[in-house]
Design a protein around this ligand. Structure first.
Ligand code: HEM
Ligand SMILES: *[C@@H]1O[C@H](CO)[C@@H](O)[C@H](O)[C@H]1NC(C)=O
Ligand SMILES: *[C@@H]1O[C@H](CO)[C@@H](O)[C@H](O)[C@H]1NC(C)=O
Length: 331
């Protein structure tokens, strides 16, 4: 009898410890954890935040640059910092691919990494720095972080220019192509629509949408799915079909404000790319957009989908390495 009681009590104690362990064991996603650097580099997240906010205050376009850089990192070989590697004599790296033209913010990541190496050498990955900096840059206009970034990513050692166009979605994609592209990263249509809201900040080059306004079906016409006033405006901004230098705001009038302007624009047929307008081409995704146009819905959904994006095919544990310099594989 007595031993039975003891066994029951012991079992209960173990269950309680187990439950506490699960609650405390910091939320995990694909092997990533909260407070990953708590013991090894307690200031890591603060270092990223301070330097990022300092640079954002000088460069209002930096949030857009870092957010896109993070996305392009995650969609090619997972969020492993491969987009940050420089080309070498033997290898052309991702950042030199056509689809990655216009990526910026590498210098800020390098600067943060240098500070990190000074304080905790060999501990904090470039992939984590990029994920944190993108979050902190976009959040800098808000009271607190817009989404949680779990850490523990390790850096990849491979970056190939020729892998970019097969993985980064094209602005000329239709909805089916976009769905497939996201599904390949285990992201849903919902994630696609929510994450496309990132286009509420930043700018785009004319040649990526100029066919829609100058020569849609080959006889000098406009894309009928595009608001005609907006098409006239875009024509006046771009020099012509082959203008590869002019850029326009993707969310006209509020391209440095992280708001729901992207979805309001979409609903007025003012989605800039074919891939933006494509989100209106089925009833279900149109419904999602009418939902996301409410700010608190958008911010809540964006936080969820960003966590999924930031966990795509991550290297953890003993995989990969912690680069010393983000542009170079350790020698
Ligand atoms: C859904 C498929 C997507 C397509 C086809 C797409 C395509 C593009 C293109 C063509 C540009 C313009 C680049 C330029 O002209 O310099 C751009 C800009 C941008 N994209 Fe996307 N994108 C997609 C999804 C995303 C996602 C998921 C994010 C982040 C979560 C994102 C963040 C951005 C940002 C912030 C910019 C502005 C960059 C800047 O101002 O330099 N995009 N995107
Ligand atoms: C418009 O497209 C058609 C068909 O592709 C082409 O023949 C024509 O030259 C284009 N117009 C311009 C101004 O480039
Ligand atoms: C990588 O290339 C950029 C641009 O050419 C350069 O500014 C940077 O110093 C390079 N980084 C490394 C580590 O070589």
């Amino acid at each position: 009898m007595e031993t039975n009681k003891i066994v029951v009590v012991l079992a209960c104690v173990l269950v309680v410890i187990g439950v506490i362990g699960v609650c405390e064991g910091d939320r995990r996603e694909g092997g990533l954890r909260r407070n990953f650097y708590k013991d090894t580099c307690p200031n890591a997240e603060q270092i990223v935040k301070d330097l990022t906010e300092k640079r954002v205050s000088e460069r209002p376009n930096l949030p857009a640059k870092l957010l896109r850089l993070h996305f392009h990192d995650c969609f090619v070989r997972g969020c492993d910092g491969s987009v940050l590697l420089n080309s070498t004599a033997e290898n052309s790296a991702e950042r030199d691919a056509l689809f990655n033209k216009g990526l910026e913010g590498f210098d800020v990541i390098d600067e943060i990494k240098a500070e990190m190496e000074a304080q905790c050498p060999g501990v904090v990955s470039c992939a984590d720095i990029l994920a944190l900096a993108a979050r902190d840059a976009v959040s800098s206009a808000f009271d607190g972080p817009l989404w949680q970034v779990l850490a523990g990513r390790r850096d990849g050692t491979v970056s190939r220019k020729e892998e970019v166009s097969a993985n980064i979605p094209s602005p000329f994609f239709n909805l089916d192509q976009l769905k497939q592209n996201f599904a390949a990263k285990k992201l849903s249509v919902h994630d696609l629509i929510v994450l496309s809201g990132a286009h509420t900040i930043g700018r785009a080059h004319c040649n990526l949408f100029s066919k829609r306004v100058f020569n849609f079906s080959g006889n000098g016409d406009e894309d009928p799915s595009l608001n005609s006033d907006y098409a006239e405006f875009l024509k006046s901004e771009c020099r012509g079909l082959n203008d590869v230098t002019t850029t326009v705001e993707m969310d006209p009038g509020s391209s440095t404000t992280f708001d729901t302007g992207y979805y309001s624009a979409l609903l007025q047929n003012e989605g800039l790319f074919t891939s933006d307008a494509a989100l209106l081409t089925d009833d279900h995704s149109r419904m999602t957009i009418t939902h996301l146009v409410r700010e608190h819905e958008f911010l809540r959904e964006f936080a969820k989908s960003m966590q999924k994006l930031a966990a795509v095919e991550v290297l953890t544990g003993q995989d990969g390495q912690i680069r010393t310099v983000c542009g170079l594989v350790n020698s």
